[in-house]
Design a binder for this molecule. Structure first.
Ligand SMILES: NC(=O)c1ccc[n+]([C@@H]2O[C@H](COP(=O)([O-])OP(=O)(O)OC[C@H]3O[C@@H](n4cnc5c(N)ncnc54)[C@H](O)[C@@H]3O)[C@@H](O)[C@H]2O)c1
Length: 338
């Protein structure tokens, strides 16, 4: 199923357009910030207020949401209306996909990342034990409502999460979006539209993440290692941005791209507030990095990684040892940093 995406200039009259019975799962912080602005929606209570933390994106919170659905007599025709960033959307969408074998679902992302990535493409998930997004489903929302006003209260660090994905998709396409974001680093409706369109073009070719969609993992295999090595002091977006630098380095060393292209990739990353290196206090980081790679669910099956190639990207088989060697250019392990 294809999600209908609507950009809203105002949140008023939102519910009039769709009179079906609704139940809300809402990021607690967003509720506090936008209670007045969203009053047109709140009158359609009940609302499950969800504290958006990775540790709450869990089976126990999923169960709480199910209790809430039961208490409020949610039926298959009820719309589960989720409002928040990726964490909230992921858990609410998973709940919607399996409660009574699937209810109706509308998503309203409130972060830049949510708008261009988490709401789009139909993936839902919760974390399990130490694994991110281990339990989930594919369940595209029937509608996605986007209102840019939410971005006014988003911190620069949170915006950077979205920029990492936006730069990634722009680099994969190597076209109009890359030109636009190279010229201006301001989030606009047209940037969001284009990023969504590009992401959807991959998802439509490959909803279940088995071939073309893997290209969206650019920077993610390296990024996952760095994020874990840093004990999550690096945000996901920062780690992915460093992962793209590593992918560019390896692509250049493998003669897949020219030095000019290599510099171009780094230049675009430099336009944003992304780090250039990861400082590490761990002396045996290479051994740890290898262990992390062996446990990476996206890397483990086929040892493939996404690299740059001339105008585009390519899926390559590369040994874990080689990947770790490449990371030496990113991991800064000087003693004066300790
Ligand atoms: N399903 C997918 O395809 C997909 C894709 C990418 C990421 N994700 C998931 O998304 C999650 C990350 O999501 P995220 O970065 O969008 O945000 P988030 O849900 O992690 O929220 C980050 C913080 O911003 C706050 N917040 C949300 N909207 C706000 C607003 N408008 N103003 C002020 N604060 C606001 C939240 O309360 C939270 O404190 C991860 O769990 C990741 O796994 C899923």
């Amino acid at each position: 199923m294809k999600s209908k995406i609507r950009f809203l200039s105002s949140l008023e009259n939102l519910t009039k357009a769709d009179p079906a019975e609704k139940i809300f799962v809402v990021d607690k912080k967003v509720f506090a910030l936008y209670e007045k602005k969203l009053s047109c929606i709140w009158k359609y209570r009940p609302i499950f207020l969800f504290e958006a933390k990775e540790k709450n994106k869990s089976l126990s919170y999923l169960e709480m949401i199910f209790h809430f659905f039961l208490e409020n007599e949610v039926k298959r025709e009820t719309i589960i209306f989720a409002i928040g960033g990726g964490i909230t959307l992921d858990i609410a969408a998973l709940a919607s996909s399996i409660f009574k074998r699937g209810c109706r679902l509308i998503l309203m992302p409130t972060t830049f990342l949510g708008m261009i990535d988490a709401a789009v493409g139909g993936k839902t998930a919760v974390n399990f034990q130490n694994y991110k997004n281990l339990i989930g489903s594919f369940y595209p929302a029937e509608k996605i409502y986007i209102n840019l006003d939410f971005l006014e209260t988003l911190s620069s660090r949170e915006k950077l999460q979205g920029w990492a994905e936006c730069v990634k998709i722009a680099l994969i396409e190597n076209g109009e979006l890359l030109q636009t974001i190279s010229a201006s680093q301001k989030i606009t409706e047209s940037i969001i539209k284009k990023a969504i369109e590009l992401k959807l073009s991959f998802c439509e070719q490959d909803l279940f993440d088995s071939s073309e969609r893997r290209k969206l993992n650019l920077g993610h295999t390296f990024g996952h290692v760095l994020e874990t090595l840093s004990a999550f002091n690096l945000s996901h977006g920062e780690a992915v941005s460093l992962g793209m630098r590593a992918a560019a380095k390896l692509s250049y060393e493998e003669n897949l791209i020219s030095k000019i292209k290599y510099d171009q990739i780094n230049n675009i990353l430099n336009k944003f507030d992304f780090p250039k290196k990861m400082k590490s206090k761990i002396s045996n980081w290479k051994e740890k990095a290898l262990r992390i790679l062996y446990q990476d669910k996206k890397f483990e099956e086929k040892n493939v990684v996404i690299l740059f190639q001339k105008e585009n990207v390519t899926i390559r088989k590369i040994s874990p040892e080689k990947l770790v060697t490449t990371l030496s250019s990113i991991v800064d392990q000087r003693n004066d940093l300790l």
